[in-house]
Design a protein around this ligand. Sequence first.
Ligand SMILES: Cc1cc2nc3c(=O)[nH]c(=O)nc-3n(C[C@H](O)[C@H](O)[C@H](O)COP(=O)(O)OP(=O)(O)OC[C@H]3O[C@@H](n4cnc5c(N)ncnc54)[C@H](O)[C@@H]3O)c2cc1C
Length: 451
Amino acid sequence: MVIFPICVMRISGIDVHLTAKSKFTSYTFYFYFNDLRIKSLNAYSGKPFITMASPLPKDKIPVFFEDTSVAFASKSDSRLRKTYWLFSLMNQARVVNLGTFFLKLALKLHLPIKNLIRVTIFEQFCGGETISECDDTINTLGKSGIGTILDYSVEGEGSEASFDDTAQEILNTINKASQSEHIPFSVFKITGVASSELLEKVQRKERLSDQEAELFSKARQRVENLCSHAHKLNVRIFVDAEESWIQGIIDELAYEMMEKFNKEKAIVYNTYQLYRHETLDALKGAYLVARQKGYVLGGKLVRGAYMEKERLRARENEYFNPIHVNKEATDSDYNSAIDFCIENLHHISICLGTHNEYSCQYCAAKMEKLGIDKKDSRIWFAQLLGMSDNISYNLAKANYNVAKYVPYGPISAVLPYLMRRAEENTSIAGQSSREFLMVKSELKRRGISSL
Ligand SMILES: Cc1cc2nc3c(=O)[nH]c(=O)nc-3n(C[C@H](O)[C@H](O)[C@H](O)COP(=O)(O)OP(=O)(O)OC[C@H]3O[C@@H](n4cnc5c(N)ncnc54)[C@H](O)[C@@H]3O)c2cc1C
């Protein structure tokens, strides 16, 4: 074994020594971040090893998700029929393409279609137009032991006034969370309170004009107000992850807030997109920095939502695509992130934002193996409202901490979110969406027709 230094990096003011250990017999490099192994590379091909978690034997799986009677227990027959009808429409790519085109057009022409949207797709995926309209959803989920994460899903128009309004609305969600036992987290997107163009410029370390510097300082202040308010009211808050060209500055802001507000426990959570090559290492690095600076790392683990956009931009601008080469590599890093966090739970709190059954089972099995209580407040699972109810309801029934993102906002403003959900639920290569098949199987189990 030969050990040699590679470089010293300065991350958040701390020197990190990167060394490689090489076993020439196997051509394997192990990269160390101080004392912690962060990466193995196959030196021969230069490709990262994909260390897939081996499939779990059935008797080692603490929770199963097939039980549709649990998943849809809160839905009446007529509501289930309606859900079936909606998913069967969304299952057809052509209908979704045409539908989204006409919806956009109708809204532009101010045609009276809001009610149609409300009683169909909005009802399925959103809690309401305002916080108080979400009360029914919060209570229904709460009765089944599922928390709500109010997600103000308005995609900003980009003015300073709209950023202030959004920040105020997020403060309202934090207030609401502090008053409800059914709301375990709050959440926001930095681009809801700051301009994407400005964030991009800051990330590129471009010189800012005086006016831009002032706008950035206002944006930082909004972020700090949100996190400090959450801290004051003891409400945990997620910072959502976004595109790679602004994620660097989002990370910086999130770490700055964690250093201020996570001294005793995780209040601020950054989001880690494991579909990026570098995220697993970044997560481990963030853990070390948090330990050195004396705060708890909060991490929402997701695979990542902007794959196509990332690939396209990388191709157009001829830089290395930050996304893994295939799904298996993403899955492998996701499950390794679970391992890493759970093994370091004394200094990390996590929420798995995923609809992937295997990852949820993998985490549950790991918890069981290490003797971690299912209700340990440092581990949560989360899914989106209207999707993967089989996971959320079965996890809750098995006594795990689980919550749903409940998007809300004016119908016309949440439309882009709704369209993404519709596109996600179309059949791929002729294969029906999983949601559709599950609703269908529950109708069959109840012995009722879909009409
Ligand atoms: C509660 C919650 C919060 C979320 N918050 C965020 C957030 O803040 N930021 C964000 O970006 N996303 C967020 N997401 C979305 C998330 O990143 C995923 O897009 C989505 O959940 C699908 O991934 P999955 O783990 O559920 O399931 P799966 O269906 O197992 O995985 C699909 C995902 O795998 C990855 N993938 C698919 N094909 C490939 C490929 N060929 N190569 C490499 N990777 C591939 C992509 O990330 C894709 O979205 C959130 C999701 C949930 C449920």
